[in-house]
Design a protein around this ligand. Structure first.
Ligand code: FAD
Length: 320
């Protein structure tokens, strides 16, 4: 089933659904690592589960002769295969993330064809970030530059428009597309207005819904939704939530994601004496956020599990 239909069903039933995002396991680990994280969350009946995509990194290793050798490393491969495994094991729709970065348009087409063969109907279309060896995001040669271009390519395929002209009039796909939105503005966007302008373009190109970047102050989400509606965006905007889990994240999250952590949360975390206490503060904060968003009538709450489900389970027990 399409994510857009899951959302419509929740809206009609005046219900808030629970969904979450997982990371593929590190290379060398078993698929059971994934299932062990999903199992404890299935009793909350998620209509869909997202699986992130991690592009390759470039590292330079010194060879015996002293010269540097460039190596390509992908630490978390397997997004589409994991989605197929999830759909086979559980009665749930899996949503693979696909990026502009690291993909040529041909790679993208092949990724989508694999998804279609495997019965995966939903996809999250993202640009991706700069890799560690880049200062700014650099698209692939013959790759999509912005998420909007990627949405356009997926919609073209939905209309049977393949890159290979010999395949014109071949079978059509029917993907439902999600895109990212930023309640505190994307870090590269010059202004919130321009960011919302381009978000609208992604939706006009054919995306069906938005999932937001994490935020720790619900007012940021409410203001963002209001601005989007004023700009003429009518499609669903699903809040993305992440429970803070370590003291280190107080510095890492604002730096990496350009997201504010409210003073009250910072002080609670700073005063914690143990890692467990920090984790519990993050859980309680996220429960309060979730309850307020649920009371405001959001159709889905989407949680970033970052590969660990124990804290997400505690939140789901308190909220759903
Ligand atoms: P875009 O929508 O392309 O926007 C990028 C920037 O360009 C923005 O500043 C925007 O305002 C601007 N812009 C957009 N279109 C245009 C245009 N036509 N002309 C000029 N400027 C434009 N990253 C991963 O690597 N893997 C994942 O699985 C992943 N999952 C994510 C899931 C969610 C819900 C979110 C919120 C983010 C995720 N990310 C993931 C991170 C994401 O890839 C980065 O935030 C990335 O920097 C931007 O992606 P985007 O799709 O929002 O880009």
């Amino acid at each position: 089933m399409k994510v857009r239909d899951h959302i419509s069903k929740a809206v009609e039933a005046h219900k808030t659904e629970f969904s979450f995002e997982i990371l593929p396991p590190l290379k060398g680990q078993n698929i059971d690592t994934i299932f062990k994280n999903i199992d404890p969350l299935m009793e909350f009946n998620p209509p869909f589960i997202d699986v992130t995509y991690h592009r390759e990194e470039y590292i330079y290793k010194e060879r015996e002769d002293g010269l540097l050798e460039k190596k390509v490393v992908r630490k978390r491969p397997g997004t589409v295969g994991i989605c197929a495994a999830i759909q086979n094991k559980y009665d749930v729709d899996a949503v693979p993330h696909v990026l502009c970065g690291g993909f040529s348009k041909e790679d993208t087409e092949n990724f989508l064809i694999d998804m279609d063969f495997l019965g995966i109907e939903n996809v999250m279309a993202l640009r991706g970030d700069a890799v560690k060896s880049e200062t700014y995001f650099k698209p692939n040669k013959n790759g999509n530059v912005y998420a909007q271009d990627l949405v356009e390519q997926i919609i073209d395929l939905n209309h049977g428009k393949y890159l290979d002209e010999d395949l014109l009039n071949s079978s059509q796909t029917d993907f439902c597309i999600g895109v990212a939105g930023y309640p505190e503005k994307h870090l590269e966007a010059p202004s919130m207005e321009s960011d919302i302008h381009f978000l609208k373009k992604k939706l006009e190109a054919g995306a069906c819904y938005v999932v937001t970047q994490m935020f720790f102050d619900n007012q940021k989400y409410f203001d963002f939704v209001e601005k989007c509606r004023a700009a003429g965006i009518t499609k669903p905007i699903i809040p993305g939530l992440k429970p803070l889990a370590t003291k280190k994240q107080l510095n890492m999250i604002p730096q990496r994601f350009s997201v504010d952590v409210p003073d009250a949360l910072v002080m609670e975390v700073v005063n914690c004496k143990t890692p467990d206490a920090v984790r519990q503060v993050g859980i309680e904060w996220c429960i309060q956020q979730s309850k307020e968003l649920k009371a405001a009538g959001v159709p889905v709450l989407h949680y970033y599990s970052m590969g660990k489900s124990d804290n997400i389970r505690q939140i789901a027990e308190a909220v759903f």
